[in-house]
Design a protein around this ligand. Structure first.
Ligand SMILES: [Zn+2]
Length: 216
């Protein structure tokens, strides 16, 4: 639902479809229908050691998904895309019957580095978690803190990615016996998410699942 300020803002900066530029929203109905939303849960690869389950709503190779995530994380930094992207995540969770199973889960966004935070002005995973929180009526807590500035994962191979993220997180509170749903935008090799799952599991978390928009 659009509120008053959204309406005013829209008057001066009208929303356009990120793919076809049609006015009205960041993703028009026609372009939305070109996104394939996964109808089943996929098994995790053996390289993932700590994460129990992964839910990815769609795939990064879809051009429209790519544009949405790019516009969300890079200039023009459309923070509001968290609304569209969280909807896509919820449709997937509904398809696979997972929405009802999350009632005792805490949403935990994957933190980003200070450098990224200064660049973007927000943590994209936290923005997604906030929207999911409202829509799914689940609590979001920033339980993880990034304590090491690692280099970007982009140009690294699988093994390097694993080493690069080792011990980058610390815990902000006791999570013994808790069920955690990690939130992030993209799942690539899963090194970062599994490292987060590791510290949660080692400190007594019960189940650690993850929900992301897209798998690369
Ligand atoms: Zn469109």
């Amino acid at each position: 639902m659009e509120n008053f300020f959204d309406k005013i803002l829209n008057l001066f900066f009208p929303k356009k479809c990120i793919n076809c530029q049609q006015l009205g929203s960041y993703l028009c109905y026609d372009c939305f229908s070109l996104i394939e939303i996964m109808q089943k849960e996929y098994d995790l690869s053996e390289e993932i050691k700590y994460l129990d389950r992964l839910f990815f709503a769609t795939v990064f190779k879809n051009q429209i998904v790519r544009k949405l995530i790019h516009g969300f994380k890079y200039p023009p930094f459309i923070k509001d895309l968290s609304d569209t992207l969280s909807d896509i995540m919820i449709i997937h969770l509904t398809f696979i019957g997972m929405k009802s199973q999350l009632s005792d889960f805490i949403l935990v966004p994957i933190p980003i580095s200070k450098k990224r935070m200064n660049y973007r002005g927000y943590n994209q995973a936290e923005e997604l978690a906030k929207k999911l929180s409202l829509k799914l009526k689940l609590e979001t807590r920033n339980i993880l803190k990034k304590i090491k500035e690692n280099s970007s994962q982009v140009d690294l191979d699988k093994e390097q990615r694993k080493n690069n993220v080792e011990n980058v997180f610390s815990l902000m509170e006791d999570i013994k016996g808790k069920n955690i749903l990690l939130i992030d935008d993209v799942f690539t090799t899963g090194a970062t998410i599994d490292e987060a799952a590791k510290i949660l599991k080692q400190n007594g978390a019960n189940q650690v699942w993850a929900a992301v928009v897209a798998r690369e």
